[in-house]
Ligand binder design. Structure first.
Ligand code: ADP
Length: 659
């Protein structure tokens, strides 16, 4: 088995390309070979059988004639009386052994004289006319055939003995060689003829197939124009195939023309479509740019996120609204929006997506701690979540608008406070006016009395005291009215540092009595400070209020220091000045930080609760702002922010105006 594989491989290599032509030639040659081999084998078998019988018969006849000749010498005693007979036999055949044996089996004559007189061991009749079997087909060609025959020696109808003959003949092998050679010669000739005929015939079949194959190859590489086939009218299968192929090529050509026409149409449509797509894309881009610039220009923060809460886009306003709190970017989870409020934000997003409608909420968030505000300033951020709903009604995310409400809340509070102060001012003005009328009358009568009474009169001193105290009360009333109507004050440019120093000098005695040291960090007195256009008396009153409140707050504290400093570049901008009054008192508890600016709010038993509200109103009337930073048990810092050199047409108050 193992040897057949390389042989097969060799045959396959030899095979002419495994082509149909090659296979057909091999097939035809094989058929011729099988037929010739069969003929040769049948012929050889017949010839061998016939020749075999002939040689055997000839040997038998020879033995019988030898037996007839030997009958005359059977009774003689001459030892080599059969020698001529045996010599004659030797000349007649290719002798192997020849023996004349009497009835008892004693050898009377033999081709080997030494065996004369011995007993013959061969069974006499067993070899009669029998040829030794040929050992294999191949020995037919290279071996002589063995024959053993025997014939009885008869005289007077009595058997005297036997002539036994063993000879060989190469007639069969010669005949076999001849037959095989002749068959091989004829076979070769027939094979040659068969191969030639089959090659020619097969070529007749394969040629059109090769042409068709080449045409198919050209079609497969889209070289339809190079295919030149003509249909024949022959009825055979190949012509039918060729006709079908020609039809196929024609159909392909027609299809190609149709394809080209359709392609041209599609290209035309494509060009139209491209123009429309370009125009729609340009419109979309313009709309997108417009939308982006609108969203970008919005003061409020806007962000969009997907249903998983991943931020997709943010506008510039978001940074402005969340400045100092967080800086969300696309790709961040929405929970980073407000520090410490991630869970609330996520819950509202889920509520929005589930409900499919907008949800608003306001959350508090604390800025990171700074030195000025170690707890971090608290901010109020208003959020509005609105779902982004696709045409199929499924929420694809949400848009969140973000507004820092801290400033609005502060302004609201200020407005409320202002409202109450305006009411108070109106009330106070009315009251002061009424009181003023009566005081003017008192003043008038007091002056009349002073004129009529001689200087040394008994109650002259009392009258003078009434006039003097009344005049002081009138002056106080006027000042009170100025608090209530600060806008009506006299505005003029002033050195702010000088105003602060003057205010400090007014309350220096009281602060000193409370054991407070003043840490003056303003610019040196000889250096001119920043200029503000203001009502000096009102501003001074505001500063005095802040200083006296600080003194009150530090009462009983181990360290009592009031630090006054001025920052020319306040956070409000280049033209803002920040004036700070920082004390080392207990600070303002967080819950009271807004309320202390309300009118009438006080924690002191003897307080009026008007100081800070009036101070804030005075500063607001100067387009400024009063703010508080406080650290519990470490002190409070009130910051007065004022615009530098504000040019407001100063109102001319009547210094002698009496309410
Ligand atoms: P009054 O001084 O009459 O109480 P204010 O309006 O001036 O009224 O002050 C209101 C409240 O603000 C005070 O009662 C006090 O509790 C608080 N306050 C003002 N200044 C300070 C300060 N420097 N430190 C701590 N608390 C202060």
């Amino acid at each position: 088995m193992s040897g057949s594989a390389p042989l097969r491989a060799r045959l396959a290599a030899w095979s002419p390309g495994n082509s149909l032509r090659g296979r057909l030639v091999v097939l035809i040659c094989a058929i011729i070979s099988v037929i010739l081999s069969g003929q040769a084998i049948v012929g050889l078998a017949g010839e061998v059988t016939e020749l075999d019988a002939r040689v055997a018969t000839r040997g038998t006849v020879l033995a019988q004639s030898a037996a007839a000749m030997a009958a005359a010498h059977m009774t003689s005693d001459v030892p080599d009386r059969f020698a001529p007979l045996i010599e004659q036999l030797r000349r007649s055949v290719d002798l192997v052994e020849a023996a004349v044996v009497d009835r008892e089996g004693r050898i009377l004559g033999h081709d080997d004289p030494a065996r004369i007189g011995t007993h013959d061991p061969s069974p006499l009749m067993s070899g009669m006319g029998v040829r030794a079997p040929i050992r294999g087909l191949m020995h037919l060609f290279d071996e002589k055939a063995d024959y053993r025959v025997a014939a009885p020696i008869m005289r007077d109808a009595q058997v005297l003995g036997f002539v036994r003959l063993h000879y060989r003949s190469d007639e069969i092998s010669r005949r076999a060689v001849f037959i095989v050679s002749a068959t091989a010669g004829w076979g070769f000739l027939w094979l040659l003829i068969g191969a030639t005929v089959s090659t020619l015939y097969v070529r007749h079949i394969t040629r059109p197939m090769i042409v068709l194959t080449e045409a198919a190859g050209l079609i497969s590489v889209d070289r339809l124009d190079d295919v030149h086939l003509e249909a024949t009218d022959e009825p055979d299968e190949l012509s039918t195939l060729q006709r079908a192929f020609v039809h196929l090529v024609d159909a392909l050509r027609a299809q190609r023309l149709e394809n080209a026409r359709l392609l041209e149409q599609v290209l035309g449509l494509n060009a139209d479509l491209q123009v429309r797509v370009d125009s729609v894309t340009a419109d979309l881009r313009a709309a997108h740019d417009h939308l982006e610039s609108v969203v970008g220009a919005l003061e409020e923060g806007v962000l969009s996120c997907d249903p998983a809460g991943v931020i997709r886009s943010v506008n510039a306003g978001l940074g402005r609204q969340l400045g100092g709190l967080s800086t969300p970017r696309p790709g961040d989870p929405i929970t980073v929006l407000l520090p410490g409020a991630g869970d609330a934000v996520r819950a509202v997003l889920e509520q929005t997506l589930a409900g499919g409608h907008g949800v608003s909420l306001t959350l508090s968030a604390r800025e990171p701690a700074t030195e000025a505000a170690p707890d971090g300033a608290e901010r109020e951020i208003a959020l509005r979540f609105a779902p982004i709903v696709a045409a199929d009604g499924v929420a694809r995310g949400a848009v969140v608008t973000v507004n820092d409400e801290t400033e609005r809340r502060r302004i609201e509070m200020q407005f409320r406070r202002q409202d109450r102060l305006v009411s108070l001012g109106t009330l106070a003005a009315g009251l002061a006016h009424e009181l003023g009328n009566h005081m003017h009358i008192i003043q008038g009568f007091a002056k009349i009395l002073q004129k009529r009474m001689p200087a040394e009169a008994e109650h002259r001193e009392d009258v003078d005291a009434i006039a003097e105290e009344n005049a002081r009360a009138v002056h106080l009333l006027r000042r009170f009215l100025q608090f209530a109507r600060p806008d009506e004050g006299a505005h003029a440019p002033h050195d702010l540092h000088a105003l602060v120093r003057e205010a400090l000098s007014f309350c220096r005695v009281e602060l000193k009595a409370a054991g407070v040291t003043i840490d003056d960090r303003l610019a040196p007195a000889e250096t001119p400070g920043p200029e503000v256009v203001c009502d000096a008396r009102l501003l001074q009153q505001a500063f005095i209020n802040l200083c006296l409140n600080a003194g009150d707050a530090m009462r009983g504290r181990p360290e009592r220091r009031l630090t006054v400093s001025c920052d020319d570049t306040a956070p409000g901008g280049r033209d803002a000045i920040a004036l700070r009054f920082a004390d080392t008192g207990p600070g303002v508890p967080e819950g009271l930080r807004e309320r202390i600016f309300d009118p009438f709010f006080t924690t002191k038993s003897t307080g009026t609760g008007l100081g800070l509200s009036i101070t804030a109103q005075i500063i607001a009337a100067h387009d400024g702002h009063l703010s508080l930073e406080s650290v519990e048990d470490r002190g409070a810092t009130f910051t007065v922010t004022l615009p530098r050199g504000r040019s407001r047409p100063p109102a001319e108050p009547d210094p002698e105006e009496v309410p």
